[in-house]
Design a protein around this ligand. Structure first.
Ligand SMILES: Cc1ncc(COP(=O)(O)O)c(C=O)c1O
Length: 379
């Protein structure tokens, strides 16, 4: 099977982990400090706060922005579910927004329609490594006094008009889960230029502690380990090189498959450096004359692993339609949307029809050709 993703780990990471294990210091040490400094330099921000997942990064960012019961946060309806649960963890109300079919990120026109007097923040997801339209999103945010969190969990190294994602809004949240452009096993980081947010998040990630004994706020154990940070330092150093390979593989697939009538391959504006979490392609089921599931099965039968992201609009997830609303009612969210009744046209069109083709940095030319040949044999 030609795999979509595989962690790019080598001798250096193993040696770095060994060094930490032998040092006896596993948390809150030199490696986390160094990783945070290097990550800030890479993204082009003043501060980074390392945590133990991308979800923890989103939650920390929302907390530090003061999102609380009943506050509305606008999120795209096609993304990983924790973009939404991070809002709910703060008893905030997720408000779903449609996406643009050009980049699968927040549609700024629909964003405008979702704003109410209770809106406090926007989470812009840089989906699949494509940057969201940050100029338009920031302009809207400025006009209505809203905070912007960038969900960069799929976009390490992506740039928008020459600047790295994570430096364009108020806060950036990254994930270092095993399949991402760079990994620490599990891990995450928040990027910001706000000195107060930086200080508060350090307390939030460590039981709300100030000093050794005082718990001054509600916090969590969101600390990144020294082991994870040691891996992160090496991975960050390799990131640009790994991304180049990912981009090259994706561009080859795009070039070879752009003539396939039933597939929409990525189209990238000149001001975006797309880093292709996967090489995404949208299927037109009418043109290919079969379901997306059947295309996926055929590719798998031919030895090509395929990802499908995401298969349902998030507003249809049982947790939102059945479980979350009572919790939000209790915590003050009086204006809950009827999530089950939502129907956002572009999200409906894209959900369940986007596949991710293999583009891992170590994919071989023979494997890429096999992917092309397998796709061309369909339809
Ligand atoms: C867009 C998006 N946001 C948030 C997350 C959450 O990151 P983590 O799995 O590290 O908690 C992910 C992870 O896949 C993601 O893809």
């Amino acid at each position: 099977m030609i795999k979509v993703a595989s962690p790019q780990i080598g001798r250096q990471e193993i040696a770095a982990v060994e060094e930490v294990l032998l040092s006896g210091q596993y948390v809150s040490g030199r490696k986390v400090d160094e990783f945070e400094t290097l990550f800030s330099e890479y993204v082009g921000v003043d501060y980074s706060v390392a945590v133990n997942s991308g979800t923890a990064a989103l939650h920390s960012a929302l907390d530090v922005l003061g999102i609380g019961p009943g506050d509305e946060v606008i999120v795209p309806a096609l993304t990983f579910f924790s973009t939404v649960t991070a809002v709910v963890h703060q008893a905030g109300v997720p408000i779903f927004c449609d996406i643009s079919l050009d980049n699968f990120c927040l549609d700024p026109d629909d964003l405008l329609r979702r704003i109410t007097p209770r809106t406090k923040a926007i989470i812009a997801v840089h989906y699949f490594g494509h940057a969201a339209e940050m100029d338009a999103i920031n302009q809207i945010a400025k006009r209505y006094g809203l905070a912007v969190i960038e969900d960069c969990a799929q976009a390490h190294g992506t740039t928008y008009k020459g600047r790295k994602v994570g430096s364009l809004g108020d806060m950036g949240a990254y994930s270092f889960f095993a399949t991402k452009h760079m990994t620490t096993g599990e891990g995450g980081i928040v990027t910001t230029n706000d000195v107060k947010a930086n200080e508060k998040m350090r307390s939030f990630r460590s039981h709300g502690m100030e000093g050794r004994h005082d718990h001054v706020m509600l916090g969590y154990n969101y600390r990144m380990t020294e082991i994870a940070a040691a891996i992160g330092i090496i991975q960050l150093d390799k990131l640009d090189e790994l991304n180049e390979k990912r981009i090259k593989a994706s561009e080859y697939l795009i070039e070879q498959l752009s003539g396939v009538s039933w597939l929409t391959m990525p189209k990238v504006p000149s001001y975006v450096r797309h880093t292709y979490f996967w090489c995404h392609a949208m299927i037109n089921e009418d043109l290919v004359g079969q379901s997306t599931q059947s295309v996926i099965q055929t590719l798998r039968n031919k030895g090509v692993e395929v990802r499908e992201r995401y298969t349902e609009p998030l507003y249809r997830q049982p947790m939102l339609t059945h479980f979350i609303p009572p919790i939000l009612q209790l915590s003050g969210g009086a204006n809950l949307p009827a999530y089950g009744d939502l129907n956002l046209p572009n999200v409906e069109q894209a959900a369940g029809r986007i596949i991710g083709l293999p583009n891992r940095p170590d994919i071989t030319q023979a494997e890429l050709d096999k992917v092309v040949e397998s796709v061309l044999s369909i339809g």
